[in-house]
Write a protein that binds this ligand. Structure first.
Ligand SMILES: [Zn+2]
Length: 108
């Protein structure tokens, strides 16, 4: 493994690895912290992405929210309310998609 310059003490070293479970650990992979063996500082972290279970829960929550929102809209029986609601839903879906695309591109 290549030596990396520690951002805390400026020494070149091979980082020690420390694994831990992040917040919402059931839905995420372990995070690997790369620790400096000289000063113990965290040089960088990797991992912590959502697992398949995490993704399905996220998608499920989104789906429940959308269905609830649409059901709420159709209660009003006012065509303008419904079209404004669906329009804004499509708008936010588009924004979320754009953000997701940008986010996933940056991480890879
Ligand atoms: Zn250091």
């Amino acid at each position: 493994m290549d030596k990396i310059k520690c951002p805390h003490c400026d020494k070149n070293c091979i980082p020690k690895l420390w694994h831990y479970r992040p917040a919402f650990g059931t839905f995420r992979y372990m995070v690997t912290q790369h620790l400096c063996p000289f000063c113990g500082g965290v040089m960088y972290e990797s991992g912590g992405k959502l697992t398949a279970l995490g993704w399905s829960v996220t998608v499920l929550m989104g789906a429940i929210f959308c269905v609830g929102f649409i059901a709420q809209l159709f209660k009003s029986k006012n065509i303008i309310d419904i079209s404004i609601g669906l329009g804004s839903l499509a708008f936010w879906g588009f924004i979320a998609y754009q953000l997701f695309k940008r986010f996933s591109k940056r991480r890879r």
